[in-house]
Design a protein around this ligand. Structure first.
Ligand SMILES: [Mg+2]
Ligand SMILES: [Zn+2]
Length: 171
């Protein structure tokens, strides 16, 4: 089973500064993200979202707020005919030293534990931050970095300027 692992904030929905997140209650989709998710599905990828949500334990947002935003996002995606297989998130403080804060591997390991049929060699990671690409790199997974503007000498990292552009490179 091949999976498209996607970051959430800044990749599928708009991202904000930590302080602004405090008053966010609904997701704003990034243009083209829904089309891209649809195309990934047609190409045979299962969709899994992996997201750092230190906002929760650092008290920028509540757990309930996280769940509300997630629920609204999934609802909208479902309306558009997109099935998200699962979401794994790290709620921990950045200084907690947990094993799941990207670029650490915990979230992907949780996914692989739950779905042992996942083949990381044919899976891809799509995200808008260095942490997402370092994670892809450390797992030898193909990575697509949106608007990162940094060269990666190792691994298989492709730079794109928008999520739409990812589709030109997806096998
Ligand atoms: Mg992001
Ligand atoms: Zn964590």
């Amino acid at each position: 089973m091949k999976v498209a692992f996607l970051d959430r904030d800044g990749t599928i929905i708009e991202d904000y500064s930590d302080e602004v997140w405090t008053s966010v209650t609904a997701p704003v989709f990034i243009p083209e993200a829904i089309n891209v998710l649809h195309t990934l599905t047609l190409k045979g990828y299962d969709i899994i979202i992996v997201t750092n949500q230190y906002l929760i334990e650092e008290a920028y947002i509540t757990q309930a707020q996280y769940e509300q935003i997630t629920e609204k996002m999934l609802q909208k995606l479902e309306e558009k005919g997109i099935c998200v297989l699962d979401i794994f998130y790290c709620p921990h403080r950045r200084d907690a030293g947990c094993s799941c804060l990207k670029p650490r591997k915990g979230l992907i390991m949780q996914a692989v534990d739950k779905y042992p049929q996942i083949n990381l060699n044919t899976s891809v990671m799509i995200g808008d931050s260095d942490a997402d690409m370092l994670l892809a790199q450390s797992l030898n997974m193909k990575g697509f970095g949106i608007g990162i503007g940094k060269e990666y000498k190792e691994g298989d990292i492709t730079q794109v300027s928008s999520i739409k552009e990812v589709m030109m490179f997806i096998p």
